[in-house]
Ligand binder design. Structure first.
Ligand SMILES: Cc1cc2nc3c(=O)[nH]c(=O)nc-3n(C[C@H](O)[C@H](O)[C@H](O)COP(=O)(O)OP(=O)(O)OC[C@H]3O[C@@H](n4cnc5c(N)ncnc54)[C@H](O)[C@@H]3O)c2cc1C
Length: 428
């Protein structure tokens, strides 16, 4: 687990305040107990409340404490895995079900934002997957072919067309996905919570789940300030599962390798420069194996991210790498000072696909979004709610809990490797 710090997270500085919530106190009951107030848990709560059930969310810290309050804010369609590879792994029937649900993921997110008037800097102008070199351009061609075969509005742009949208000719082209867009991620999480509360859900913050018993067809979850009893449990703790000692559903974290990812945000760009960099505000990421991300927020800050943590000496290395990268991409433009820097951890699975688990009778959860959880978290939260409320089929087959190979070693490798790479990158 990364040091539990947000450093100076831009999203915390610019999100509307969270709705009022309090810790659990005494012994409460619910129809569905949900553990974790990120997109997955909050979407489940919202859709359960909409179906007339009583969901209660228990959150160890605050709304959006995990990935949901730290991410880049790219609302993407599908997973990283290309559609044909996904179908090969899951088989055609499950593969098509998942591709269809996640292909419509951004529409689900932006519809919720509109319906519940969530104030979260939503922009639906597409996203750009940036080609690094000729091999990156070829990879984007494969993605374009596979998505177009499914009827998706995804277009590969040549270097000139890409340069116009990026404001830089540093890339060999880009893939424009018109289904996608960007949001202020913490504001979206807080907005989902507010919408769920308005529909009758209950959210208790500062309420870590530290134990669970199952008897007479009901779960009783234990927390330091009370208990919650419900026939159903949704586990939505994902890559932040290791926060609390004694967490009864911790086994899922064994299958995740934690990938650290940091971001920096500049002071707002001056008005004469702001119009030339990402003029249509698409969010971007590139085809490198050690990927970087790039976007603007509504105030015109430039936000750059890459693999790596900010612990100790790493922070200086990562900030210097971010500055060199931005100066290379936007050569000749003065990059303003960094005002925010923060990091988070991404839960990666062996086949880069999410996992749906049953942890016991009527205890379910999905985890392992592999850095693509805004739309999937929202969609899987809704799917679990519909399964409980209406008996609908899940959109992913249930899998036994796996075990990642050497997860701690690989996490350390990602941290040290990204730091070493970013230390030398751009210097030689
Ligand atoms: C730096 C970074 C960049 C990313 N960029 C993108 C992006 O651009 N686009 C995208 O789609 N995805 C992105 N992701 C992934 C995305 O943020 C996650 O997949 C998504 O937020 C997961 O949501 P979740 O609700 O499943 O889990 P989380 O948001 O992680 O929520 C889990 C919650 O469980 C709580 N919890 C843990 N243990 C307990 C306990 N014992 N009791 C009670 N509560 C507990 C935690 O405090 C936390 O709030 C990124 C992730 C990171 C870290």
């Amino acid at each position: 687990m990364l040091k539990d710090t947000h450093h100076s997270n831009l999203w915390q500085a610019s999100a509307p305040p969270p709705p009022h919530t309090e810790p659990l106190s005494g012994n409460a009951v619910a129809d569905v107990a949900i553990i974790g107030a990120g997109y997955t848990g909050l979407s489940a709560a919202l859709h359960l409340a909409q179906a007339g059930l009583r969901p209660v969310v228990l959150e160890a810290r605050e709304i959006g404490h995990g990935g949901s309050g730290r991410n880049v804010g790219l609302v993407n369609a599908g997973m990283w895995v290309m559609p044909e590879d996904l179908m090969e792994t899951l088989g055609e029937s499950w593969g098509m079900t998942l591709i269809s649900a996640l292909g419509q993921g951004p529409a689900t997110v932006f519809d919720l934002i509109e319906r519940h008037a969530i104030d979260c800097e939503a922009e639906r102008n597409g996203t750009l997957h940036l080609a690094v070199g000729a091999s990156g351009y070829v990879e984007l061609g494969q993605r374009e072919r596979q998505w177009q075969a499914l009827g998706a509005p995804v277009t590969r742009l040549d270097p000139d067309a890409a340069a116009r949208l990026i404001g830089s000719d540093a890339f060999a082209g880009a893939l424009l996905d018109r289904r996608a867009g960007t949001i202020q991620p913490l504001a979206y999480a807080r907005g989902l919570a507010r919408a769920a509360l308005e529909l009758g859900a209950v959210v208790h913050t500062s309420t870590p789940v530290t134990g669970a018993d199952h008897a007479d067809g009901k779960w009783t979850l234990r927390t330091p300030s009370g208990t919650l009893t419900a026939p159903w449990v949704i586990v939505a703790t994902n890559a932040y599962t290791g926060l609390e000692r004694g967490f009864p559903f911790a086994a899922q974290s064994q299958e995740l390798t934690m990938l650290p990812f940091f971001q920096v945000a500049t002071a707002p760009l001056s008005s004469n420069v702001a119009g030339t960099i990402l003029p249509e505000r698409q969010g971007c990421w590139d085809t490198r194996a050690v990927m970087t991300s790039l976007r603007k927020d509504r105030a015109g800050r430039l936000i750059f991210g890459s693999v790596g943590a900010l612990d100790g000496f790493a922070r200086g290395t990562q900030e210097a790498f971010a500055r060199r990268s931005l100066e290379h991409i936007f050569a000749g433009i003065e990059i303003p000072p960094f005002e925010h820097v923060w990091h988070g951890q991404i839960g990666m699975t062996g086949d880069a696909l999410p996992k749906f688990h049953a942890y016991g009778p009527n205890a379910i959860g999905v985890n392992g979004f592999n850095g693509r959880g805004i739309a999937p978290g929202t969609v899987f939260g809704r799917a679990m709610a519909r399964m409980i409320a209406y008996g609908e089929d899940m959109i992913l087959p249930s899998a036994p809990i796996g075990k990642a190979r050497f997860p701690r070693l690989r996490t350390r490798f990602y941290r040290a490797g990204s730091q070493a790479l970013h230390f030398i990158s751009g210097r030689i």
